[in-house]
Design a protein around this ligand. Structure first.
Ligand SMILES: C[S@@+](CC[C@H](N)C(=O)[O-])C[C@H]1O[C@@H](n2cnc3c(N)ncnc32)[C@H](O)[C@@H]1O
Length: 319
């Protein structure tokens, strides 16, 4: 059964099926750019794990003792094909994947405000390799749908879940743009690390609102600049070296966006400065990381001279 069959009647299922087919045809082509991720996924499929633990900081799939050292080497080579690993940590058959982000910290910050997930339909929009989706498993959601247009992350999640075998976790190759196909579908939606990449953030939040059921909850996490003014910066080209960054708001500005998009009960429950303890270069992500994105003579500024980022967390509801 496809996850589409579990969606409420309001979902535009014919269009969703059609776009899925198009995406699958596209990604099933034997092109180098797809095979580099599809091949390791196919390899990992042969190693279903007897045990999975999503309740600890490190998502653990399989134990070291369960496989031979030759198989462990095959698995490690396949996992390394998904480098750079952005989100984690994971332990896969005893192989510790030390990702760039210490994603358990973000999960820990939102955990006290986590809406009820039991038996709910949940969307994680921009889910990357699904680290947070795995962390949702102990909360027993009915279904978690990860939206992720990146082929690298899509196959990385599929590789991980082919071993972990969590049947209520699904990923698609759709983006936030396709939320319009899911009206009134989700009880809870996570939008984390996405909104500053949108050129029309309020329109995105309206699409998010429309995809929530009445009474549904949004967990929104974002970069933000410090300060109490109701403003956002609009970088000329990059912000902290990241292209595709449009508006970086203050927390007050982001709260206004939520309000004007139609959300209720808007609660900012966490704001903290970013740090290179949380995002850093590792053996599994060998490119530049947070410390390279700051002005070396003033860590309060990005390399472009903008205020260095905070991260903010909001919980908001649909009436
Ligand atoms: C900064 S990461 C955030 C990942 C994760 N949500 C987190 O908070 O750690 C942004 C993610 O959004 C994905 N993405 C890119 N374009 C997107 C789109 N149009 N819709 C949804 N996700 C997108 C990227 O591939 C990437 O995995």
């Amino acid at each position: 059964m496809s996850y589409i069959d579990q969606l409420p009647g309001s979902a535009k299922v014919d269009q969703i099926r059609q776009i899925h087919e198009q995406k699958l045809q596209w990604v099933n082509q034997n092109k180098k750019g797809f095979l580099r991720y599809r091949t390791p996924f196919e390899v990992l499929k042969s190693f279903p794990a007897a045990s999975v633990d999503c309740d600890q900081e490190m998502v653990t799939i399989g134990n070291r003792a369960d496989i031979s050292s030759a198989d462990r080497q095959i698995i490690e080579n396949s996992l390394r094909s998904f480098m750079p690993w952005r989100k984690g940590p994971f332990s896969i058959y005893g192989i510790d994947v030390n990702s760039e982000w210490q994603s358990q910290r973000k999960w820990q910050r939102l955990l006290p405000e986590l809406p009820e997930l039991k038996d709910k339909i949940v969307a994680d929009v921009g889910c990357s390799n699904g680290y947070y989706m795995f962390r949702m498993v102990p909360h027993k959601p009915k279904l978690v749908i990860g939206f992720e247009p990146s082929v690298q992350h899509y196959y990385c999640f599929k590789g991980l879940n082919s071993m972990a075998g969590q049947k209520n976790l699904e990923i698609n190759l759709l983006g936030v743009e396709q939320l319009q196909l899911f009206p009134e579908c989700f009880d809870v939606l996570f939008l984390m690390g996405i909104i500053y990449h949108r050129s029309s953030p309020v329109d995105t939040l309206r699409d998010v609102l429309s995809s929530l059921r009445s009474g549904g909850s949004l967990i929104l996490e974002s970069q933000a600049i410090p300060g109490t003014e109701e403003i956002a910066i609009f970088p000329k080209k990059t912000y902290a070296k990241v292209p595709g960054t449009y508006f970086v708001p203050t927390a007050h500005c982001l709260s206004n966006w939520l309000s004007r998009a139609g959300f209720m009960d808007i609660d900012m429950f966490c704001q903290h400065p970013m740090s290179s303890a949380e995002q850093r270069r590792t053996d599994w992500m060998q490119f530049e990381s947070y410390s390279d994105f700051l002005d070396p003579s003033d860590p309060g500024k990005t390399i472009e001279g903008y205020p260095a980022p905070d991260r903010v967390f909001f919980l908001a509801r649909k009436k």
